[in-house]
Design a protein around this ligand. Structure first.
Ligand SMILES: Cc1cc2nc3c(=O)[nH]c(=O)nc-3n(C[C@H](O)[C@H](O)[C@H](O)COP(=O)(O)OP(=O)(O)OC[C@H]3O[C@@H](n4cnc5c(N)ncnc54)[C@H](O)[C@@H]3O)c2cc1C
Length: 450
């Protein structure tokens, strides 16, 4: 008899995982608190679009839904940095046409639900606010506009997001510990509208950054030609959302620090007044399972968005859980502890990498030393592709475990801490003897780990 699973939360991760389970032959009941966004309109409440990269694509490809998503995705081949004086520098993300992809959060969520629903063994239940009853029995309960219900399942997969009620329920019975770290920056979304005939007013196939040291503005393209802009900004203090307390004050600030972007947003003041400031936080938890219940995605490891990896890591959870089911079987007693033991160090590592990348994006991308290091790294990578893999490439364009990438990144930082001190490095870096000297330092610092 086929197994019967519950998935709690049909957000991005839950919708993809449902398809994995359906293809394994499970009967899957999916319980989602919201109304069906395909009928009611998408109300995600978070970023409008997001960047998808190799880890996410691999999981989508594994269940055959990548093409459906790619049709609406826009490749972003490079970073375009906008200095305060309006001058522009660019820097490719990878090589040979490697790109990260801008996708609509609502679009991909709805596409994944539709893909999941194509399986006869999947049933989606909307407006089911779901909670845990008994983890050992796999029992959950739900409240709908029409009343209450409950059910017992062979396995319960909780993908109910950063505010997971199931996580809180497990904590309440002493089965899980978790923390939420709210960072000092929040975010506000704005829009650069499309130009005539769905053209884009700034370079389309790129991620735009306005780095301003302690804060930044970024822009990701949408299929209609518009750009969703996100201002990451301190919540409190002299330069903060609290200080820009009127649209007029915000406009004066933008005129000074983001003049080129402001010029492309004719309705800036209306947008500023209407669009909320949202918080950014990191959720850390342990363990991720109890009895027949396992949690993953943002429910156990929400991170800040600066590496564009929150969703990618959640999709990688799906890929890895499926792989481990092949290797270890499907008994929760064996599978879930093995899964959480493997994924937790990687979740911790990407949480740290994402915080570090905030400093890189908002501050370092605007500095000449950063561009120099990127050029040198690109050369080292082309000389010995397996020995020097830039950190961004490891995280974004590979499946190297995040924890290995973090460690390897620290080793590479030690190499550059030394190399960047060398007199004349900016002029001589591409001389054969300089590159040979860099390799000497690298060989001392890099410990082969993969
Ligand atoms: C500003 C911003 C930008 C981001 N950019 C990127 C990016 O570029 N790249 C990237 O990879 N990631 C990005 N992320 C992270 C990404 O959004 C998350 O990692 C991803 O949404 C997690 O998916 P999830 O399915 O785990 O959670 P969610 O998408 O939050 O889905 C959870 C689902 O559970 C449902 N639910 C909640 N409670 C209940 C309940 N009691 N009963 C039933 N259902 C319930 C919710 O309604 C929702 O549908 C960004 C995040 C933010 C905030």
């Amino acid at each position: 008899m086929s197994k019967h699973a519950a998935v709690v939360g049909s957000g991005l991760v839950g919708s993809l995982w449902t398809t994995f389970l359906a293809q394994r032959g499970y009967h899957v009941d999916v319980f989602e608190r919201r109304a069906d966004s395909r009928r009611a309109g998408y109300k995600g409440g978070r970023s409008i679009n997001l960047a998808l990269s190799d880890r996410g694509w691999r999981a989508l490809e594994a269940v055959g839904v990548a093409e459906a998503v790619r049709r609406e995705a826009i490749p972003m081949y490079r970073r375009v940095m906008h200095a305060i004086d309006g001058s522009i520098t660019t820097q490719p993300y990878g090589e040979n046409g490697q790109a990260i992809w801008s996708v609509s959060r609502g679009g991909i969520n709805m596409a994944l639900m539709t893909e999941a629903e194509k399986h006869a063994n999947v049933r989606l239940h909307f407006e089911h606010d779901t909670d845990l009853d008994d983890a050992l029995e796999g029992r959950i309960q739900w409240t709908t506009p029409d009343g209450k219900g409950s059910g017992c399942f062979d396995a319960v997969f909780s993908t109910d997001g950063a505010n997971s009620g199931i996580r809180k329920a497990l904590q309440a019975v002493g089965a899980m510990e978790w923390t939420e770290q709210v960072i000092d920056h929040g975010y506000k979304e704005l829009l650069i509208p499309a130009g005539p005939n769905a053209t884009s007013l700034i370079e389309r196939e790129a991620l735009h950054i306005w780095p301003r040291a302690s804060y930044m503005l970024i822009g990701l393209p949408n299929p209609d030609g518009s750009f969703t802009m996100t201002l990451f900004f301190p919540n409190e203090g002299p330069v903060s959302f609290a200080a820009l307390d009127t649209p007029e004050a915000a406009e004066v600030f933008f005129a000074e620090f983001f003049a080129d972007a402001l010029a492309l947003m004719p309705d800036f003041k209306e947008q500023w007044a209407q669009n909320p400031v949202s918080k950014l936080s990191i959720v850390r938890s342990w363990p991720w399972s109890k009895g027949k219940v396992v949690l993953f995605g943002d429910a156990t490891h929400a991170i800040v968005p600066f590496y564009g990896q929150g969703l990618n890591s959640g999709f990688e959870d799906c890929f890895e859980l499926n792989r481990m089911m092949d290797a270890l079987g499907e008994d929760p007693a064996t599978l879930f502890p093995a899964f959480e033991a493997e994924r937790k160090p990687n979740a911790d590592a990407i949480a740290e990498l994402a915080l570090l990348n905030f400093i890189e994006m908002r501050d370092l991308t605007g500095q000449p030393e950063f561009l120099l290091r990127k050029k040198i790294e690109s050369k080292l990578h082309s000389q010995r592709p397996h020995q020097w893999i830039p950190l961004y490439t490891q995280v974004t364009f590979s499946h190297i475990p995040y924890s290995v990438a973090l460690e390897r990144g620290r080793q590479m930082d030690r190499v550059f801490a030394e190399v960047m001190q060398w007199p004349g490095i900016a002029e001589n870096w591409d001389q054969p003897e300089t590159l040979a000297k860099i390799w000497e330092v690298a060989e001392q610092q890099l410990v082969p780990s993969y």
